[in-house]
Design a protein around this ligand. Structure first.
Ligand code: NAP
Ligand code: G3P
Length: 483
């Protein structure tokens, strides 16, 4: 596996079924977070190219919507096959571009092929319904309502950097299966991985024009795409600030937002601490905590806090730190700015007398896993999403206090509860404001057919294969009036 970049490719955008240079003549350099050198360039597409892509998507969508579900499924199955065939190459791109460990990058590609196949099967097995008209007293006996789901038109799929293949395909696959055209705007850092993924879809023979990939800075073409009259639905995954902004820009079209989180691990005094430590370590530090669903704070009962912190420290000492090529758990963060931000959270906590248990070491954008104990509510790290390998421990006296602090957060993506008492787990789960509560396991989105949602600043609407198909289609009712 090459660890340096031998040839610097300028990648074209995929506009209306053609791989093209942008007429802007501008490209954006993509710098690898761990090689710290440019690995390729992508096109900065223009507004006029966005207009043309959306127009083509509408034209192609009309024919696509007429195709049978099984025919649409055939294209997607071929896409999944192509992804699997090219899994090593795509994984290498993901590794270079976003600094994810090679094995995890490959898992992401294979997981995506599975997600696409499941999406096809789910769509094939979703049924409409028919209603009788006489549901009310004296209601009409001659009416039958036939309820189907129909496409929305053209879906705008905007994905973040951290799962550049999986989080893009989890929008594109249901959008296509539901009969829509797609405009795909990948995160700029993540565009090359997105391009490789779309090359696989192109090889699968997707009808020309149905999908376009518009690379370019969100700050430059983002608002233009979001406000475009030709967009009929937006599926966005990314930061909460960007999501808030989008929800102000988009008017009267369906919008699904999957945003940031501050997922707590609530550890009760009766928890199996080894189970808790294993899940917390994996949840907090894999891919350096750059997961929306990473465990981002621990709320532990004071009675077991010393033991838990000692076990976490021992486990952190064993974590591999370094290169994604060697599959290190903790890898360089996506850029220096992100590392500066995480460092500022650590500095703030230490200045306010948090205990540094381990970590607070840095080399450029590589931050060593950091555990902070005795974190209090006046510290930023108690509330702000770091997207990096820092774990604050907040000690609590009771389940009630844990729930109170959990719910004080502006976020509500997921939460984990560790206890050996299932009734206690359910009692806490009932009170925690989150899209999903995990009992005795790490916070995570997968498996990809589970509903996935955030409440409060963590999102709006529901993803997960079935729900994505629903959100990317609408109900249409045809009423048969019998004589
Ligand atoms: P981000 O900065 O919000 O970017 C996400 C996407 O939005 C990128 O494609 C970005 O393009 C685009 N964008 C930026 N400004 C835009 C605008 N004005 N209009 C339209 N699009 C715009 O997030 P990120 O740094 O890539 O990802 C990290 C964040 O995503 C974290 O907060 C994490 O928690 C969250 N996340 C959430 C989930 C979830 O499912 N809940 C999953 C993964 C990540 P550019 O890259 O070109 O700026
Ligand atoms: O940040 C993203 C999230 O979607 C990762 O997926 O299954 O590892 O939680 P998962």
């Amino acid at each position: 596996m090459a660890s340096n970049v031998s040839e610097l490719i300028t990648y074209n955008a995929y506009l209306a079924g053609e791989w093209k240079e942008s007429s802007s003549g501008e490209t954006i350099a993509i710098k690898s977070p761990w090689l710290r050198q440019t690995i390729g360039n992508v096109q900065a597409v223009t507004r006029e190219e966005v207009d043309a892509a959306i127009e083509s998507a509408h034209a192609a969508q009309k024919e696509w919507a007429q195709k049978s579900l099984s025919e649409r499924g055939t294209y997607l199955e071929r896409w999944a096959d192509e992804l699997e065939k090219n899994a090593e190459e795509i994984a290498r791109t993901v590794m270079q571009e976003v600094g994810k460990g090679y094995k995890d990058a490959k898992k992401e590609v294979v997981r995506t092929a599975d997600l696409i196949r499941y999406t096809v099967q789910e769509a094939l097995h979703m049924h409409g319904e028919s209603l009788r008209g006489d549901g009310f007293p004296g209601g009409p006996q001659n009416k039958i309502g036939i309820v189907e789901r129909v496409p929305l038109g053209v879906v705008l799929a905007i994905s973040p950097f951290n799962y550049p293949v999986n989080l893009a395909a989890s929008k594109i696959a249901p959008a296509l299966m539901a009969g829509n055209g797609v405009i795909f705007k990948p995160a700029t850092q993540g565009s090359v991985s997105g391009i490789k993924m779309i090359e696989a879809l192109d090889k699968a023979g997707l009808p020309k024009g149905l999908l376009s990939l518009t690379t370019g800075r969100g700050s430059v073409i983002g608002d233009y795409l979001v406000e475009h009259k030709g967009i009929d639905m937006i599926s966005f995954t990314g930061g909460s600030n960007t999501g808030h902004h989008l929800s102000q820009q988009s008017v009267m079209i369906p919008l699904v937002l999957e945003l940031g989180g501050k997922d707590p691990a609530i550890v009760c005094e009766d928890a199996d601490l080894d189970v808790a430590v294993k899940s917390i370590m994996n949840g907090a530090f894999s891919y350096s905590g750059q997961r929306c669903t990473a465990i981002k704070r621990v709320l532990v009962n004071e009675k077991v806090a010393d033991r838990l912190v000692k076990k976490l420290k021992d486990a952190i000492e064993k974590l591999s730190v370094g290169s994604p090529e060697e599959d290190s758990t903790v890898v360089p963060l996506i850029d220096d700015k992100s590392a500066d931000f995480v460092q500022s959270l650590i500095d703030d906590a230490l200045a306010k007398n948090a205990d540094l248990v381990i970590g607070n070491k840095r080399k450029d954008n590589l931050l060593y896993p950091t555990l902070l104990d005795h974190v209090t509510e006046d510290m930023d790290v108690a509330w702000i999403e770091p997207f990096g390998p820092v774990l604050p421990v907040i000690r609590v006296q009771s389940d009630e206090e844990a729930v109170e602090i959990a719910n004080k957060s502006e976020f509500g993506l997921q939460a984990s509860i560790f206890t050996q008492d299932v009734d206690r787990a359910f009692a806490i789960a009932k009170k925690v404001e989150a899209g999903t509560v995990q009992v005795n396991g790490r916070t995570e989105r997968g498996p990809d057919h589970f509903p996935f949602l955030g409440v409060k600043s963590s999102g709006m609407g529901v993803q997960g294969i079935h729900h994505s198909l629903i959100s990317m289609s609408r109900v249409k009712v045809t009423v048969l009036n019998l004589k």
